[in-house]
Ligand binder design. Structure first.
Ligand SMILES: Nc1nc2c(ncn2[C@@H]2O[C@H](COP(=O)(O)OP(=O)(O)OP(=O)(O)O)[C@@H](O)[C@H]2O)c(=O)[nH]1
Length: 412
């Protein structure tokens, strides 16, 4: 990935996008119960939680990231998030905030689709009861597809003429069209390879174009479902339906509002709460360090424990970000100056630098990505001072702690 990954948060109005974003970041996106609270796309930094390399080598106490933070071996790596303003059915043809939404989307590498599984908001985000959230998954995918298809079909005649005249490959022709969505030729190759019996491009009719666009979307916009508002009593039946209909789609149950609430109480000194876990301590557990909660808040904590934390193991919010980086195949790589002590420069702190790269990226590419093309790398080492070749690939737990030895500049 030539730049830092960007995860887009999509979903209909009032599904809980801003709340999800708030719960993942310290940004204060406007939260409201009515459609289009979010007018402008909102970029913010979320934090991906991973088991840090420091815990592998027993140096948790010395770990001090340059970006994000690490506590007890859990590292929080910054990831850019994009909150995309309310999408409604018909957006591709300009309804709601329409194409603006779709134009923002093109920068995203993966999507988190926040689905309101309580069934209390309709397709446009208005209050209702008994709404089937399966519809939202269908129409949202359709909107993105129709937008891409629309752009393609508008010019299809000239695209085919040019394709034939220049004797281009289907990949080159499509890359010229899809480049604006941030696509790469490898994505298009994969997308086309997945389609059985695909005829030559000049023979594609509308049906083939739809198939191609659908397949392209799987590459360009891999999607994770955040099944939000799981704290609501009607959520269970809707969740089961979605899981049955989309068994291959990654879905995580979330209660974004619970995460926001718990983080707030934690900041105010009422509870100990480790994000991503089911553990909440109150005054009763630690009277020396925590403030006492009034009865109303205490009851709310009890409900949260019963309805969310003990039932599902967490609020799910951190897990949804993990799932999104998983579908992109991203893993953390730690670069250190000293491969024996894992320190950088002459400091005592370890594992200051950490980057997300695609699993399977050759080590040489990581070095160029991080050090830039100008320096010459003399050697690359991993744990134990073991030399690794530029072609060796990074895997979780293997070649993911690296030290680059720079060749001295020639004075000739
Ligand atoms: N019960 C419950 N309500 C939630 C949850 N997450 C969000 N909400 C509520 O749902 C409403 C809409 O949330 P927002 O985060 O503003 O939704 P949005 O998708 O950003 O909406 P737009 O800005 O209109 O696009 C608010 O009243 C939230 O408090 C949740 O996990 N559970």
């Amino acid at each position: 990935m030539p730049r830092d990954p960007l995860i887009g948060i999509v979903g209909k109005p009032s599904s809980g996008k801003s709340t999800t974003l708030n719960s993942l970041t310290d940004a204060a996106a406007a939260v409201g119960a009515f459609p289009f609270t979010t007018i402008e796309p909102n970029k913010a930094t979320g934090y991906l939680q991973v088991d840090c390399a420091c815990s592998r080598v027993g140096k948790e106490d010395l770990c001090k990231p340059n970006y994000g933070w690490c506590s007890n071996g859990k590292r929080h790596i910054p990831v850019m998030l994009l909150d995309v303003a309310g999408l409604v059915p018909g957006a591709h043809s300009g309804r709601g905030l329409g194409n603006k939404f779709l134009d923002d989307l093109r920068h995203a590498d993966a999507l988190i689709h926040v689905v309101d599984v309580s069934g209390t908001t309709d397709a446009e985000g208005k209050n209702t009861r008994g709404y089937d959230p399966l519809n939202d998954i269908v129409w949202l995918q359709d909107e993105i597809r129709l937008w891409i298809e629309g752009n393609l079909k508008k010019r299809w005649g000239s695209i085919v003429r040019r394709h034939t005249a220049t004797k281009s490959s289907a990949v080159d022709t499509l890359q010229a069209q899809f480049g604006g969505y941030g696509s790469q030729a490898t994505m298009i190759q994969k997308a086309l390879a997945r389609i059985e019996d695909l005829p030559p491009l000049e023979e594609w009719d509308d049906e083939w174009i739809t198939k191609v666009v659908k397949s392209f979307m799987m590459e360009k916009f891999p999607t994770v479902l955040a099944l939000n508002k799981m704290d609501h009593p009607d959520a269970d039946k809707n969740v089961s339906k979605i899981m049955m209909k989309y068994p291959d789609t990654k879905a995580v149950l979330t209660s974004a509002i619970t995460e926001v609430f718990l983080r707030k109480l934690k900041k105010q000194g009422f509870i100990h709460y480790e994000e991503g876990t089911e553990f909440v301590d109150t005054f009763e557990d630690d009277p020396e360090n925590l403030k006492e909660l009034d009865e109303k808040l205490l009851n709310r904590i009890e409900n949260i424990r019963d309805l969310v934390l003990y039932r599902f193991g967490s609020t799910g919010v951190l897990q949804v970000l993990q799932a999104a980086t998983d579908v992109l195949g991203l893993i953390p790589v730690y670069t250190v100056k000293n491969i024996q002590t894992f320190t950088g420069g002459n400091g005592t702190n370890v594992f200051r630098d950490c980057f997300l790269v695609k699993k399977g990226t050759p080590v040489g590419k990581v070095s160029r990505y991080i050090m830039g093309g100008e320096v010459t790398i003399a050697a690359i080492e991993t744990v134990g001072g073991i030399r690794v070749s530029e072609e060796a690939v990074v895997e979780p737990g293997k070649n993911d702690i690296l030290s680059f030895k720079i060749a001295p500049r020639s004075t000739a």
